[in-house]
Design a protein around this ligand. Structure first.
Ligand code: HSO
Ligand code: ZN
Length: 426
């Protein structure tokens, strides 16, 4: 972890730059696979699952027997934990249901907006080096609460053709009925176009590696909506003397262990504090099974010393971190001024892990600076809004003349006529 002391503002953009990948080559390769899936459906899925996951699958769909068997393979402690976290995710997301408010803009003109669930959604959970079954809960629970009619979940099979039992159990708890053993580009292509065995969906959600991200971007150009652009996971921790160095180190390491490309930034107000946190990192790192991954990520990470509070706030908002942890004396005041972040964690006793698993907030969040414009996944992500309006004759009398004059000015005589004809009848 490199330490930078009071960098000039002109140096910030370079310091805070995320790693850039050249995706042109990648897009070409991914597009070829997608085209094949579009043209030959299940046959292509079979071919690429063999090639990329090393397994020859007859059937992609997870059977009820497999779902039920998983239940027996998950320990009761883990089952209880999954149940508790699911209840919290459900509580937090159910409270996001929007109310319908009818607004009378002028007497006789009533407008309202109704949120309606997206009918068919596709969820993706990576397999990879860690089976992220918590992501199943974060995507499937809000989809169910929103009222999505069809929820399709894809996750890659292991070489033995099986799915981790905890992923299966989480899917069952979340109410997923349509689950497929498909990973990477195959999963995204299958859900975007539909094949003989996989239903086509309207919107695809979920994290993934560069291939999944590229596939999501490509299919979103014409065929399907996506949740958000994705990139490597990130955390920015802000610490002052009130921070517990061991806690801060553990938060930085939890991000670092996700992947060698994870982004970890510490903003502290003194050299001494950075030194203490570094010491804690060294101690804790030794005990981590994913030590090598975490080490690689830490090599590219930064500790920045900023003395001024204004600089700290401005740097947070300029970086727009996916996760922001505030371990400072005045964290409440600071939090109010944050305008760009995916999810904010306040105080010494609020680790990112709380939001990753159990508090109830969603852990599918915007990375790569997208927190400047995107929200994390929430109930709204699974809904769209339809507006309604109803005018009485009195209402049309009120706004009709304005419509007529505007329509005439835009040279849209039929628009004007639609009002004039009615006004004559009143
Ligand atoms: N921190 C990850 C989510 C996660 N962590 C899943 C553990 N499991 C991205 O927000
Ligand atoms: Zn995490």
């Amino acid at each position: 972890m490199k330490t930078i002391v009071n960098p000039e503002r002109s140096e910030w953009p370079e310091l805070l730059k995320r790693p850039q990948f050249d995706v042109s080559d990648l897009h070409e390769k991914v597009q070829a696979v997608l085209t094949d899936i579009r043209q030959t459906g299940d046959a292509a899925l079979r071919k690429y699952t063999q090639k990329f996951d090393g397994v020859d699958l007859e059937e992609f769909k997870v059977s009820d027997e497999e779902m039920n068997a998983a239940e027996k393979q998950v320990s009761s402690e883990l089952k209880e934990a999954i149940q508790l976290t699911s209840a919290n995710i459900e509580k937090f997301h159910a409270a996001q249901k929007p109310e319908i408010k009818k607004i009378e803009t002028v007497p006789g003109v009533t407008c309202w907006q109704k949120a309606v669930a997206i009918e068919k959604v596709g969820l993706y959970t990576p397999g990879g080096t860690a089976p992220l079954f918590s992501t199943v809960l974060m995507l499937a629970i809000p989809a169910r609460i929103a009222g999505c009619k069809e929820i399709v979940l894809c996750t890659p099979p292991g070489k033995d053709g099986k799915i981790h039992p905890a992923i299966l159990f989480a899917a069952k708890i979340a109410g997923v009925k349509n689950m497929f053993k498909l990973g990477g580009v195959q999963a995204i292509g299958a859900m975007a176009y539909g094949t003989e065995s996989v239903p086509k969906v309207n919107k695809i959600f979920g994290p993934g590696n560069q291939f999944v991200t590229a596939a999501k971007q490509l299919v979103s150009m014409n065929d399907v909506a996506i949740d958000m652009p994705a990139g490597p996971s990130e955390v920015m921790v802000i610490a002052d003397e009130s921070a517990n160095p061991a806690f801060v180190a553990s938060d930085l390491l939890s991000q670092a262990e996700h992947g060698a490309d994870s982004q970890v930034i510490l903003l502290a107000n003194s050299q001494m504090l950075v030194h203490e946190i570094r010491e804690q990192i060294t101690i804790q790192l030794e005990y981590l099974p994913r030590k090598e991954v975490a080490k690689k990520s830490l090599e590219n990470s930064l500790a920045i010393i900023l003395k001024s509070q204004q600089d700290t706030l401005d740097m947070i908002n300029e970086y727009a971190p996916e996760h922001l942890i505030l371990c400072t004396e005045d964290y409440s005041k600071l939090a109010e001024k944050v305008v760009n972040a995916g999810s904010v964690f306040l105080g010494n006793f609020t680790p990112e892990s709380a939001g990753d698993y159990a508090s109830g907030t969603n852990h599918t969040l915007p990375t790569n600076g997208w927190a400047k414009t995107y929200s994390g996944v929430n109930l709204d992500s699974f809904m769209k809004k339809i507006t309604f309006q109803e005018l009485t004759p009195e209402g049309l009398k009120k706004i009709g003349p304005s419509i007529e004059i505007m329509a005439a000015e835009e040279l849209l005589e039929a628009h004007k006529n639609a009002v004039s004809l009615r006004l004559k009848k009143i």
